[in-house]
Ligand binder design. Sequence first.
Ligand code: TRP
Length: 355
Amino acid sequence: MHIENRIPEIRAIGEEKKIILTGDRPTGKLHLGHYIGSLKNRVALQDQYDTFIIIADFQVLIDHLEDSHQVEANIREIVLDYLSVGIDPTKSTIFIQSALPQLTELTTYLSMLVTVARLRRNPTVKAEAQRVGVDSERDNIVYGFLGYPVSQAADILLFRAHCVPAGEDQRPHIEQTRELAERFNKLFGEVFPVPELLVSETPKLPGLSGEGKMSKSLGNAIYLSDPAAVVRQKVMSMYTDPTRKHAADPGHIEGNVVFTYLDAFDPDIHHVASLKEQYQAGSVGDVKLKKYLFEVLVRLLEPIQSRRTEFEQQPDYIRHVLRQGCIHAREVGEETMKLVRKAVQYDYPNLLISQ
Ligand code: TRP
């Protein structure tokens, strides 16, 4: 397969389209949960919206400070995943959080507009803190962890984004962003649109064992880059219906992970419906069902992986996409910061230096 590399040009600021900002922490390769929960949606939205995708490398330091040397490789992996699923760098600006000093500048202003008490109550921070054994309501949480929603608000507001496509778990952060935008606008004049969360319609994809959502840390994921043999072995190990002893027993669909995956990934809904009937009637066995799911997944992953292989051979192109993305994002960010500095009536250092 030949891929025509589309070189992103630095685009004009102020295009008419509405703006999306979304992103990920670069913690490694992306999996089917990311695909169904966000990537597929981003590919569909990038035609209608001016899209910005932030690779949140500062955010990843919250719990990976000691492995910061791995972040660079993870950034490359995530860009490869983005491009292989069809994110088009001429429509979506892919950039790195730490490459924009404007984000840090805006974070500083926003951090004056939120109380510590408000941050302590953020349910997502609370849950994430609990997972690593700290309590966001007490003093054993570090400042960067407690404060990262402010930095995430800056990610969104710096692009004056209208929509943030993200999972339900990001809702508290979007709420906080909306409050910050409203507070800033009230104090200094209208600079920021108040952004909306655009929740993906697909519910969370469960992991292979059916427990918890698909995630790297739980070791229950199928990665977009998993070779077919690995996908086969993972699918064959999947959880189905524990009450079913023999293939001829009537099976249950509810809570059956194989059917959850078929519903999520098989475009042939009629065939899935007929498989469900057969399964409930006890006329199709688990092995046959899993083999079918394996075929469905391979059909989805094959084109993604062949594009990935092509992109892997073009490290200069990946670098170029990121570099242009960072340059464009900085320009847009600087435009917003000009408005912010004007609104807060403080631009002395810049004026001093440019004299
Ligand atoms: N918190 C998001 C995650 O863990 C990543 C992220 C950083 C983000 N900044 C963002 C998402 C801004 C949406 C908008 O996946």
